[in-house]
Every structure is written in structure tokens, then in C-alpha cells.
Design a protein around this ligand. Structure first.
Ligand code: 2M8
Length: 417
């Protein structure tokens, strides 16, 4: 009875479209006005799926604009600073990068590879030239990951918590504790001026986020220099599984269109083999680990469940998903509620995120697990009740973080609603 009636459903669809349109800054979409005033990498990929439901041309433009910020190395930045905005910290000056447009110097999960393929499938005639034009750029990004973000065991790692997109997840705690940020200097946070500080990362986290940016800036954002004695290298299921899925989608679509897929199948096989090193045998689930000392996070997170999105069958993970859904009524929490580090409202240490639920739910359904549909229903319910907000308390469903949020609206249109 909490599910929408037909009239309520069409109102919600309309409201979701209105959010995408309101967050459109002309060729790219901001995640939400105020808190995040720039183009974010994976947020844009989700935005494109939302636009694809009513404006396929605008959907492609979102991804094309994202790739206009690609560096010569192949890296696609996690933020593109198209127009300066003092409402966000750290801005372009703090990053000090020199790409084709002002940007951050780290990347984000390459879900755009998969979603470009989805846009192609939505309208092959309209999409085929656009996809072909992006294809070598998408491959270059994939190859950049394999060259600069792959550890000795074949797992994809991140060099900053922001790179993973799960900013304050427990996955980074061990590596973060090895950083002494005392020389970080004075800086003023902006995020806590937009939303309640209890829902955001702590000062302890921010000092280390900024310290890592300052280190890389000192090294001129040079991949080789940054790789030397890097204090923060954490093998990350978010990055690994999303990249693996992206490469599979590139191969399938590239073959259909007769594009140059040379080497892709081998890269996919390497990523499949590398995925095994993310299996934590002690805990019996996919996990992250600190590449510098091998210490596991022992954290059952929403990223652990992206294995299915990556095309791995992983039936063991189904039991874990049932356990977390039994403990949290409103969708897949970013950390299992029975973990002592769980914090229901603090960002990536507990809350449920619609966009993660979508990748988990769709992946589970593709692998034939009934729980995939359960995840979709719960996501639909929580959005219906509490709106298109950034994330939700997984125990009560309460709205948290920013309002009128692009990816939540997009996920409603493309999957949950
Ligand atoms: C959050 O991250 C940014 C830094 O990139 C921030 O807190 O300032 C994360 O939720 C990230 O995954 C997301 O892409 C971004 C914009 O929605 O916000």
C-alpha cells in the first residue's frame, strides 16, 4: 500500500524529469544544486540513463561532455569544473590540474562505459556513430586503469577515497590511519554549510582527503611519480567490478559495430582473474584490502554485491544479501548493519543509495536471483516515501544528504519507478 498508484506514479515520473532538467547546466548535469555545483563523473553516467528515458540526444551529450575532460593519459577526471563556483571545496585551485578543462586529478568508477552501451541499445540507429566516436576514448580510459590502478595481484585499486565514490566507507580506515596530515594547513569546508555535519565525513577524514590531494599536486599529478611510495592504495570492489562490467559491454557493443576490439578479450580475462584476489576467505565475501600491507577491511558493503554487475555468478553472495536485507528494510545499506562500524546516517558508512541498489539489483536479476527484484521494490518504496534525495537511512528510510538529487531521479526513471 506504500507503492504508488498510477496517478502518483506519473507525478513522480514528472518530478524526476523536472529534477534532471533543473540540474542541467547546459550539456552537463550537477548532482544537486549547492552542495555539488560541478559535473561529477559517475553521477553524469547515471544522469544520462535518466535523460535517455525522454531525450536520447541529451543523454549522449552528458557522456560526450564528460569525455571532453579526458586527459592525454586516458584518465577521465572525477570532477569537471566547467564554471568556477565558490560553494564547493576543494575547487580547481586546490587541485591544480592541467587537463583540457579544469578538473580534479583522480577518477571515479567507469560506469559510463556500460551506460554508453545502454544508450546505444536504447536507440541503435541514433547511437551507433556516437558510440563509435567515443569508443577509442572509452578503451583508453579502461587501459589507463589497467596500467596505473592495478596491483600485484591483479585487483584494481584507488589512490583516494573520493576515487571510489564511497568517500568515508570503512574500506579506507586502515590506509587513512597511516597518514599524518599535520602539515595540511588551514582550509574551510563547504559541504557542512549545505547539509548537517552528522551526515558527512568527519574532520579526521577531510584532513586526510586534502593531504592526499596536496601530495599528488606536489608531484604534478604525474602517474609514475604518484605511484612511488604511495601511502594510499586500496584494492576496491567498486572500481574492479564496474570496470570489468564496462569492458565486457565495450567488447560486446564494439564487436556488433565492427570496431577495433583487439586486446579487449584478454583484458577482460585478466580482470576476471584479478577479481579472485578481492575474495576475503576469512569472511567469505568480496572485500577491499590495503595493497601496501595486505590488511582486509572485513567490511560487507554495497560494493561487495557489485560482483553480479561484473558478470560473476557468485552464489555465496546471495546469502549475504539476504542477511543484510533482513537487517535493513530500505534497500542495500552501504555497510552491513551488524558491523560495529555501521552508522545509519553517515554517508557511506550505513545509508542506502539508489544508484548502488540499481547496479546490485540489476546484476542479481541478470544472474537469476529473485532478490534482484526485491532490491528494486525496496528502492522504489523508499524513493516513493521520502523523495529524490541523495541517500536514505536504511533502517527508517528517512531522507538524508542533498535534496533534488540527479542520480536518484535518474535511477527512478531508468529502473526503480
Ligand atoms: C560524494 O563525493 C564528493 C567528492 O567527490 C563529496 O563528498 O564532495 C560521493 O557520494 C560521490 O560518490 C559522488 O559522486 C559525489 C557527487 O554526488 O558526492
Amino acid at each position: 500500500d506504500t507503492l504508488p498508484t498510477d496517478a502518483a506514479q506519473s507525478d513522480r515520473n514528472e518530478a524526476a524529469r523536472a529534477i534532471l532538467i533543473a540540474n542541467d547546466r547546459g550539456g552537463y548535469t550537477v548532482p544537486t544544486a549547492g552542495l555539488y555545483p560541478y559535473q561529477w563523473n559517475w553521477d553524469s553516467a547515471f544522469a544520462s540513463l535518466g535523460f535517455a528515458e525522454f531525450d536520447i540526444s541529451r543523454a549522449w551529450q552528458e557522456i560526450e561532455t564528460l569525455f571532453s575532460g579526458q586527459w592525454d593519459s586516458g584518465m577521465v577526471p572525477h570532477i569537471l569544473f566547467h564554471k568556477p563556483d565558490p560553494g564547493y571545496f576543494p575547487g580547481p585551485d586546490v587541485w591544480g590540474c592541467a587537463g583540457p578543462i579544469p578538473s580534479s586529478g583522480i577518477t571515479q568508477p567507469p560506469v559510463a562505459l556500460s551506460f554508453a552501451t545502454r544508450l546505444l541499445r536504447a536507440d541503435p540507429e541514433f547511437g551507433k556513430d556516437r558510440f563509435a566516436a567515443l569508443f577509442s576514448k572509452m578503451r583508453a580510459w579502461g587501459e589507463w586503469f589497467l596500467k596505473w590502478r592495478r596491483d600485484e595481484k591483479g585487483a584494481i585499486f584507488v589512490v583516494h577515497p573520493w576515487e571510489s565514490g564511497r568517500d568515508n566507507a570503512p574500506d579506507w580506515d586502515d590506509a587513512m590511519s597511516g597518514i599524518d596530515p599535520q602539515d595540511v594547513g588551514f582550509y574551510e569546508r563547504r559541504d557542512t554549510q549545505h547539509v548537517d555535519a552528522s551526515m558527512r565525513p568527519t574532520k579526521y577524514d577531510y584532513d586526510r582527503y586534502i593531504w592526499l590531494v596536496q601530495r599528488a599536486k606536489r608531484l604534478g599529478w604525474d602517474d609514475a611519480a604518484m605511484a612511488e611510495d604511495n601511502p594510499f592504495r586500496v584494492a576496491d570492489p567498486t572500481m574492479h567490478f564496474i570496470l570489468l562490467r564496462g569492458m565486457r559491454d565495450l567488447l560486446a557493443a564494439g564487436e556488433e559495430l565492427g570496431l577495433d576490439t583487439d586486446g579487449l578479450a584478454g583484458q577482460i580475462a585478466e580482470l576476471e582473474a584479478g577479481a579472485e584476489s578481492l575474495w576475503n576467505p576469512g569472511m567469505g565475501f568480496y572485500d577491499s584490502y590495503n595493497c601496501n600491507n595486505g590488511i582486509w577491511s572485513n567490511a560487507l558493503t554495497n560494493a561487495s554485491f557489485l560482483c553480479w554487475f561484473a558478470g560473476l555468478s557468485s552464489p555465496h553472495m546471495e546469502t549475504h544479501l539476504q542477511r543484510v536485507l533482513d537487517a535493513a528494510p530500505y534497500g542495500v545499506p552501504s555497510l552491513a548493519p551488524f558491523d560495529p562500524r555501521f552508522d545509519a546516517k553517515r554517508y557511506w558508512r550505513g545509508p542506502t543509495w539508489g544508484m548502488m541498489n540499481m547496479m546490485i539489483g540489476e546484476g542479481a536479476t541478470e544472474q537469476g536471483f529473485a532478490l534482484g527484484e526485491e532490491v528494486r521494490k525496496r528502492t522504489r518504496e523508499v524513493i516513493s516515501k521520502y523523495g529524490f534525495v541523495e541517500y536514505f537511512d536504511p533502517m527508517t528510510g528517512e531522507a538524508a544528504g542533498g535534496k533534488a538529487f540527479t542520480w536518484t531521479a535518474a535511477v527512478w526513471l531508468a529502473w526503480a519507478g
